[in-house]
Design a protein around this ligand. Sequence first.
Ligand code: UTP
Length: 279
Amino acid sequence: MHTLTKCLFPVAGYGTRFLPFTKSMPKEMLPIINKPLIHYGVEEAVVAGLNELCFITSRNKRAIDDYFDVHYELEQQVAGRDQARHLQDIQDIMDNTCISFVRQRHILGLGNAILCGKTLIGDNCPFGVVLADDLCFNEGKNVMQQLMDLYNQYQCSVVAVQELSPEYIPNFGIVTGETIADGTIRVSDMVEKPSLDQAPSNLGIVGRYILTPDIFTLLENISSGVNNEIQITDALRQQAMHGQVIACVFKGLRFDCGSTKDYIAAINYCYQKHSGHQN
Ligand code: UTP
């Protein structure tokens, strides 16, 4: 049994829903108060014990590399002053993780982005995947920890799912299967972005996964699916047909920060939660 220590962060997408901002800035650098989305995603992984972080980036995403690097001039400027505390969180992440980057040269979809991580992950390690634009908050275990509990129990791929209202179903990968425990489903089939009448359930996959390494061979051999993209759902479907995917109806709140409505809601949520906090 392999211990989970690695996490992939696909951050190479164009973020077209946030144009023109995303013309020169990665969507994942959108701030939620004073921390970018990617910071929250990384914190979730690190709290879950994943400290080998692999970013799948692309052109125009250098702001992410810089965020996770030293900034000597700034650090010297605030050293010994009260403002230094604002750098403490990011410093802790940098001190306690190993971070690598690989570029996705052609933006061919999430499945292709994950495949780009193969050389960093290796052939025999299960790994987490966090899509930072899905921002999640929990009182107890975070979403990645909830997935890890199920991975440790079932030793196969695990996806986070959420019950969706009908208008959202055509935007998600939708799963179906047998409920084997409270909030736990052994997935038998899944379909990417179905029309409402084709959807097998109302359970949509959100941006948290644990994948077993055979996913890479599956991704290498599938062709483009919906929207002419290499879809992770199509590779997971093949694992699901062999009973090798568990869906976790996760506990917690999720904001789709790729949409302006949820992005604003997330900021309001954080502001209210920390309204006692003064800069
Ligand atoms: P999304 O579809 O939500 O992001 O992909 P997007 O394509 O950047 O945004 P829109 O829809 O155009 O506004 C989910 C995640 O997968 C990454 C994105 O960066 C995002 O974090 N992704 C997507 C890649 O890394 N590579 C891809 O080829 C596609």
